[in-house]
Design a binder for this molecule. Structure first.
Ligand code: TTP
Ligand code: MG
Ligand code: MG
Length: 386
């Protein structure tokens, strides 16, 4: 990578909430929360006005998918239980998630960006990295252009960070949200990056943050100043080295051009915590339902999967994930279940209580490219967990 490499990270502002506001513009500027299961769609009354569900009336275990900035100002954030959120914002308008609309706007904004640079790496439904190295304009001009084309195509706003690499750009796009533009260079790292919390670095998750806090490392600057030997002792050599580089704003990862989805997943939160031993029948039914749905998703999108992963959330909210990659890509629910169970067997689950189970299909191979794999039926293992 040369010194002049220029990468943008573009992230939509309050994405799901903003898409809903396009449909219900009267909610603009209001406290709006998206989430839950079994949340009523807004109903249009005889006089043409809409009636919305009220957060304070919600009963159940659904979580906040996203919240408008007005709701965030009251303390409501993604992944918070809806009933907890209701304590902060009882009068919030509560809308169910409408994923097909979000996918539609996701496609629209990515297509719009491709008119400026088609060197795009998908990072999820509402964010992308864009290689701008080959373009002559200034970074500020390009950031404004990106926001303009996205707004024209979707009516939605986004924030853009531009820097020499993905790590810094990802941090930068978040710094001036919403409608933010932030251009950073490596020389800005001490002043702009070091004061930030270590959690702002993509790749330093809650677990590592906790361990770092035990070493009294809270900001990225603390990390930059930390003794490499101490980090290596706590995290092992390779993660310690990565942490030190990240703290200097160094990142050599190239843009991975992508137009294909990375993974498809489905998950369910149970209406009560389920015990792995005692509630086996219910868990089996749930796992079957999830995998059947995944098969439908794969068929609809035209893929098979070589990696099957499971995600479990326990009653104490801790999360466990396990992945398994196989030679022959799978499509059928029965095969997905088989691999999911193999993952589960590798986790120590007896006597645990679960809140949520999810299954993820990754390493997706287009159906058209699957003919090369022979379709030997698989042997189902006995003694599967559930
Ligand atoms: P984010 O980009 O993290 O959040 P956001 O777009 O709502 O807000 P921001 O302006 O801060 O970027 O996530 C994009 C969408 O992904 C979000 O609108 C809803 C969804 N999402 C979840 O479903 N669960 C989650 O825990 C998070 C964080 C997001
Ligand atoms: Mg976003
Ligand atoms: Mg995002």
């Amino acid at each position: 990578m040369t010194n002049s490499t220029r990468i943008a990270h573009l992230d939509m502002d309050a994405f799901y909430a903003s898409v809903e506001l396009l449909h219900y513009p009267e909610l603009l500027g209001k406290v709006v929360v998206i989430g839950g299961r079994n949340v009523d769609m807004p109903k249009q009354l005889a006089d043409g006005s809409w009636r919305y569900a009220r957060l304070g009336d919600y009963v159940g275990r659904g979580v906040v998918t996203t919240a408008s900035y007005e709701a965030r100002a009251l303390g409501v954030f993604s992944a918070m239980g809806l009933m907890k959120a209701a304590q902060y914002a009882p009068d919030a308008y509560l809308l169910p998630a409408n994923f097909s609309a979000y996918r539609h706007y996701s496609r629209l904004f990515k297509q719009a960006v491709a008119t400026i640079s088609d060197r795009i790496e998908n990072r999820g439904i509402d964010e992308i990295y864009i290689d701008l190295t080959h373009l002559p304009q200034s970074s500020e001009d390009l950031a404004r252009q990106l926001q303009e084309v996205v707004f024209k195509a979707t009516g939605l706003s986004c924030s853009v960070g531009i820097s020499p690499n993905k790590l810094l750009s990802k941090i930068a796009s978040d710094l001036h949200k919403p409608k933010g533009i932030c251009v950073l260079n490596l020389t800005d790292v001490p002043t702009r990056i070091w004061p930030l919390a270590v959690g702002k670095v993509n790749g330093i998750g809650p677990k590592s943050q906790k361990k770092l806090a035990q070493l009294n490392i809270h900001t990225i600057g603390d990390l930059a100043a930390a003794d490499p030997a101490v980090l290596q002792d706590r995290f092992g050599l390779s993660y310690a080295q990565w942490l030190k580089e990240a703290a200097q704003g160094i990142d050599h990862r190239p843009i991975v051009l992508s137009s294909e989805p990375k993974s498809i997943s489905r998950e369910r939160t149970f209406s009560r915590d389920l015990h792995v031993g005692r509630d086996r029948a219910e868990l089996t039914a749930m796992l079957t339902a999830i995998c059947t749905q995944l098969e439908q998703d794969l068929r609809q999108k035209g893929y098979r999967a070589q990696t099957i992963g499971v995600k479990l959330r326990f009653d104490d909210f801790s999360i466990l994930t396990r992945d398994l990659t196989v030679d022959t890509p799978v499509l059928l629910a029965s095969d997905i279940i088989h691999h999911a169970r193999q993952n589960l067997r590798r986790a120590h689950l007896r006597d645990r209580r679960l809140r949520l189970i999810g299954v993820r299909a990754a390493k997706l191979i287009a159906e058209a490219d699957c003919a090369a794999f022979d379709s030997q039926p698989m042997q189902l293992a006995l003694g599967d967990f559930f």
